[in-house]
Design a protein around this ligand. Structure first.
Ligand code: GAR
Length: 193
């Protein structure tokens, strides 16, 4: 799921192509008609579907439709790669502990929006990015992987964001593999006990 440029989507697709991540992307859902992710998906031959939140009556209605699409495509994991909408219990219940998000800060610091700017304004010397399981409270679920990014004295929001994104592209495929393998072994333990 993506709302914008889709650089993380493309990094995940590249990790799959190179064999680093054993997965397949069945469907990209995006909510903004102008999102560049649609062009990236077309170039890579991956199905992408616009689900414009403005055409739904409620967050639940959007999430019901998203869950139905993913079920139709037999999706096991949902990856929120720059999805800028709050999700509801409807989507969480359809995919329990199967939704990952990437966030441009070292959570629990600087949740919400403008996280790169928040870190710059706070004067911290290190920020970064986090991949975490999605829960109802925004940017709150268990953390799977993080990368630290030092803040340089002459950093702007743009320069810092660019360095954070470089780290996002490295950790996101690794975090997906880690979360999937941990979930698989937890499930195997449950079955054998
Ligand atoms: C990423 O930097 C991601 O951390 C951020 O949106 C960007 C999407 O970039 N996500 C959030 O802020 C979520 N709260 P991309 O479209 O190029 O992958």
């Amino acid at each position: 799921m993506a709302s914008g440029s889709g650089s993380n989507f493309e990094a995940i697709a590249a990790a799959i192509r190179s064999g680093e991540l054993n997965a397949s992307i069945e469907l990209v859902i995006y909510n903004n008609p102008k999102a560049k992710v649609a062009e990236r998906a077309a170039r890579l031959g991956i199905p992408a579907q616009l689900m414009d939140h403005r055409t739904f009556d409620s967050r639940e209605a959007l999430d019901t439709a998203i869950a139905a699409q993913f079920k139709t495509h037999k999706v096991n994991w949902i990856i929120m790669a720059g999805w800028m909408r709050r999700v509801t219990q409807t989507l969480l219940s359809a995919f329990p502990r199967r939704i990952l998000n990437i966030h441009p800060s070292l959570l629990p610091s600087f949740p919400g929006i403008h996280s790169v700017e928040q870190a710059l304004n706070a004067g911290v010397k290190i920020t970064g990015c986090s991949v975490h399981f999605v829960e109802l409270i925004v940017d709150s679920g268990p953390i799977v992987m993080q990368a630290a990014v030092p803040i340089l004295p002459d950093d702007s929001v743009e320069s810092l964001q660019a360095r954070i994104q470089m780290q996002e592209h490295i950790i996101f495929p690794r975090a997906i593999a880690l979360a999937a393998s941990q979930t698989a072994s937890a499930t195997a333990n449950e079955i054998s006990s």
